[in-house]
Design a protein around this ligand. Structure first.
Ligand SMILES: Nc1ncnc2c1ncn2[C@@H]1O[C@H](COP(=O)(O)OP(=O)(O)OP(=O)(O)O)[C@@H](O)[C@H]1O
Ligand SMILES: [Mg+2]
Length: 262
């Protein structure tokens, strides 16, 4: 597994390492979340993700995929339940420990969230500048990471001049340059055409094969179909694990998304 030694090199996330070795990377127990009193989004959701897994999270539009991901990097707090990251309860984490948690989790969004006027290099480097690494180290690490995502030679190009697929590669580079233990992706292929979507999925798979745990949220059934991976469906506020079982689910399109009948 590459993540531990690399994080030692970078000095990121040590506070999480001691507890991490044998524990699942994520454990959710009876997690509930509502934004409005009578409309629960997640209801007693329980789920465990082992280190080194590649897991798809899917479900109808509005089923809570983005909410679930936001809970994992503490952009939201649940109303109830326990969420453990590498064995530590992140719901009750002190505020001054949240940055350390976030340095262990890279996040990629559908809309890239790049600064258009900045170069690809600058958009990635910012993730290391905020933790105060020396500029020589930043230069090397950003160069290596841009190469890893297939963008060597493009570091000097402003984000606004890159194609959609290239912009998503930059945002993946920014998410992984700190070598996080967990990579969360929220519909990362949602703005891309089908072939680029498969390319970006392939990029996540390459990163997974290098040791990163990947949680990939999508409602794109075609991506789920082309890979034989663990799939968790969010529906009615619960997570249902359908490992190798997706075909036995009765999926059908309705209005804005997929519906799952068990
Ligand atoms: N900040 C918020 N305030 C109020 N309601 C919210 C908020 N965020 C999400 N919701 C509601 O919670 C529900 C779940 O939303 P969420 O974005 O997690 O779903 P999703 O599965 O990611 O959907 P999609 O596939 O469309 O991205 C929706 O009904 C949404 O309207
Ligand atoms: Mg969403």
């Amino acid at each position: 597994m590459l993540t531990a030694p690399i994080r030692q090199r970078s000095g990121l996330g040590r506070r999480f390492e001691s507890a991490a070795a044998e524990k699942p990377i994520i454990v959710c127990e009876d997690v509930s979340k509502s934004y409005q009193a009578d409309q629960p989004v997640l209801r007693s959701l329980s789920l465990s993700i082992e280190r080194g897994e590649f897991i798809f999270v899917t479900g109808p539009s509005g089923s809570g995929k983005s909410t679930f991901l936001r809970l994992l990097f503490r952009a939201e707090l649940p109303d109830d339940g326990v969420i453990r990251f590498m064995g530590r309860d992140i719901v009750r984490l002190r505020d001054d420990s949240v940055p350390a948690l976030r340095r262990n989790i890279g996040v990629v969004f559908q809309d890239f969230k790049l600064v258009p006027e900045w170069s690809a290099f600058e958009n990635v480097a910012i993730a290391l500048e905020v933790v105060g690494l020396p500029s020589r180290v930043i230069r090397t690490r950003v160069g290596e990471t841009l190469e890893k995502v297939g963008l060597s030679g493009r570091g000097g190009t402003k984000a606004k001049f890159l194609s959609g697929g290239e912009q998503q590669r930059v945002s993946v580079a920014r998410a992984i340059v700190g070598e996080p233990a967990l990579l969360l992706a929220d519909e990362p292929t949602g703005n891309l055409d089908p072939q680029l979507a498969i390319d970006i999925l392939g990029l996540f798979e390459d990163l997974h094969s290098l040791g990163t745990t990947v949680l990939f949220a999508t409602h794109d059934r075609s991506l789920l179909d082309i890979r034989d991976r663990r799939v968790v469906v969010l529906d009615d506020g619960k997570a249902t694990d359908v490992t190798h079982g997706l075909p036995s689910f009765d999926w059908h399109e309705q209005d804005s998304g997929l519906r799952v009948a068990v």
